[in-house]
Design a binder for this molecule. Sequence first.
Ligand SMILES: *Cc1c(COP(=O)(O)O)cnc(C)c1O
Length: 233
Amino acid sequence: MNINFNVFEARVKEVRSSINGYCEEAGRQSESVALLPVTKNHPVDAAEYAFKAGFGMVGENRVQEAEGKKPFADPSLKWELIGPLQSNKVKKAVQVFTRIQTVDRVKLAGALQRHAEDSGIELAILLQVNAGRDPNKSGVSLEDASALMESAISLPNLRVEGLMTIAPLSDEEAVARRAFAALRECRDKLEIEFGVKLPELSMGMSGDMREAILEGSTMVRVGTALYGKRDYL
Ligand SMILES: *Cc1c(COP(=O)(O)O)cnc(C)c1O
C-alpha cells in the first residue's frame, strides 16, 4: 500500500472537512452527504483502512477485482459496484455487492432480478444516468430513464434507491454542475411520475465534489483524494 493508515486518516478528515464546507455553502446538513471510499486499483489494504476508519462500505468498479479482495477484508464491510456490469458477470455481482449503482439498461435489470430471486434477496440498485450527455460515459439517456425506471420498479427483488451519474471530464466547473443538476431534475421527475421516493443521488468524485454537493448529491465516491493516484494492478 502506498500510504500508511495515519496518512489515510488525515485525508479522511480533510475530505470530510471539504464536504462540510460545501454543505454549509449549499445550506445543507453535513450528514446529508455520505462518503464512499473508492478502493479500485488498490490492494485490499485500502478496504481495510476504510473499515478501520469506521466506513461501512467501499466502492469498486470491477466485479472480479472486488471478488478477489472481499475474502481478505472484514466480513462486515459492504461492497458497492460503481463500474459497468456485463450480463455474464451478473451472477457474481449479486453475490459480491450489496448495491449495484450502475443499472443502465432494461436487460440488465431483468438479469439482476433473476439472480436476486434465485438468491432469495432484495437487491438495492441505483439507475445510472448519462446526465451530462457524454458519449464516453455509460448510463441510460435522460430520455430513456423513465422507461428504465418503469421496468426496474416492476421487478420484485430489486429496490431502486435513487440515481447515479459520472460527470463529463472538463476544465469548466459549469459542465459538471449542469450534469449534476440534470440528474437531480431527472430524479424529481421520476419521483412524481412513479409516486416513489428516490433519495439517493450518487454523484461527485475527488475533482467535482463541490459541484455535486451544491446540486444535491447524497453520496460522493472518492478515490484519489483518499488514497492518492491509483497504481494499476
Ligand atoms: C474511480 C471512480 C471514482 C473515484 O474517482 P476519483 O477521481 O479517484 O475520486 C468515482 N466514481 C466512479 C464511477 C469511478 O469509477
